[in-house]
Ligand binder design. Structure first.
Ligand code: BGC
Length: 368
């Protein structure tokens, strides 16, 4: 086993004129995680294949410039609210709050996505790297002011990335608002276990521990219904190649141009009720049969958004001259269901003034 260590290097300047740094975390188990204080973005992540060969397995850029456009939110921390809020508005205690509703606006059904125009991903956060025994990591901190992107209340946020000797990347989210407000955070890293310029992830095999999804309308807002996955292209319970059914004629797949949906985890709070709240459970596994690399995702969150980068077939060049192609990555975003602030029957995302928002997600890497 190696020794956990870190190194800090300059990473350039964001379009907001903020200077960013990169933290290279050398895990004692061999995995190397390079992250920036620019929205906690994962720049590189090296994991071993079944022969022990290391490769960078995330989509990302060499400098802030590639990330400055926001969408598709490559590799970053998402807040204050991950995924969509219908029409960019929600009601809380009798009052209506209005947020930017830019996403899907051309379709005439605008909604708020991933925190708004300038979400938490677009700020340079405070960052404290650490080594604690076999663990290495960074504590990221950010203050979101009252009224930020239309949301009520100032929020003090802390996200801790820890890389363990067992090649686990743990993400601990904590946030405390000074007024009641909705909070649902996630990490938006896109994996491709074939590495740079690996092409589509349709050959990766995915397992999701969920019997239900939340179908959406054409504007990708959950209808409020829960649908069983059995017999549909959304059944990943036993493991299925992502490309197996992705191009089938299916209204849901047409709305998302592929997979871009929220799965209700069988052991989570949304499926089982309050008694399951905050318990850490297996959510998903992404496996590349070609080289054996895998990640197993464990989370305290009730849901998982699985997104296959369906909207990125433009000419963008990423790290090392990599051309980003259609479906070049798979994001496994642990979260509360999209539009929960407008769905009173679903597990709440409202956090009381002075209350603690706290969730944990683990990405456990390996090869077989
Ligand atoms: C959303 C997608 C969106 C992507 C990038 C995902 O979480 O569900 O619809 O295109 O993030 O913004």
């Amino acid at each position: 086993m190696g020794k956990a260590s870190f190194k800090v290097v300059d990473f350039g300047v964001t379009k907001y004129g903020e200077k960013a740094k990169k933290y290279i975390l050398n895990g004692a188990g061999g995995v190397v995680l390079e992250v920036s204080d620019y929205g906690g973005k994962v720049v590189r992540l090296f994991t071993p294949d079944r022969k022990g060969k290391m490769k960078d397995v995330v989509v990302g850029f060499d400098s802030p410039a590639g990330w400055d456009n926001g969408d598709p939110y490559w590799g970053c921390i998402i807040g204050r609210y991950g995924n969509r809020i219908a029409k960019g508005q929600f009601k809380m205690d009798g009052r209506t709050y209005r947020l930017p509703a830019l996403n899907n606006a051309p379709a005439g059904i605008g909604c708020n996505l991933h925190g708004g125009k300038r979400g938490w991903d677009a700020y340079v956060w405070g960052a404290e790297p650490f080594v604690k025994g076999d663990n290495v990591g960074v504590v990221f901190t950010h203050t979101s002011p009252d009224g930020d992107e239309g949301f009520p209340g100032k929020v003090e946020v802390k996200v801790t990335y820890t890389l363990t000797a067992k090649n686990v990347w743990r993400v601990d989210y904590e946030a405390v608002p000074d007024k009641k407000t909705p909070i649902s955070m996630t990490q938006h890293v896109y994996f491709n276990f074939k590495g740079e310029s690996g092409g589509t992830i349709e050959d990766h095999v995915l397992k999701i521990a969920a019997s239900k999804v939340t179908p959406t309308d054409a504007g990708q807002i959950p209808t409020g219904r829960l649908a069983k996955v059995g017999g549909t292209p959304f059944d990943f319970r036993k493991g299925m190649r992502i490309g197996e059914r992705i191009n089938e004629k299916d209204e849901q797949l047409e709305f998302g141009r592929g997979y871009d949906h929220n799965w209700v985890l069988d052991k989570g709070e949304m499926a089982l009720g309050k008694k399951a709240k905050g318990k850490m459970n297996f959510a998903a596994e992404l496996f590349c049969p070609l080289n054996g690399r895998f990640v197993k995702v464990y989370t305290t969150e009730p849901c998982l958004q699985m997104y296959t980068a369906n909207w990125c077939d433009w000419n963008q060049t990423a790290k090392g001259g990599e051309h980003l192609s259609f479906r070049c990555g798979c994001a496994l975003e642990t979260q509360h269901a999209p539009d929960s602030p407008n769905k009173p029957k679903w597990p709440t995302t409202f956090v009381e003034a002075g209350g603690k928002y706290r969730t944990t997600t683990e990405f456990r890497f390996g090869a077989r």
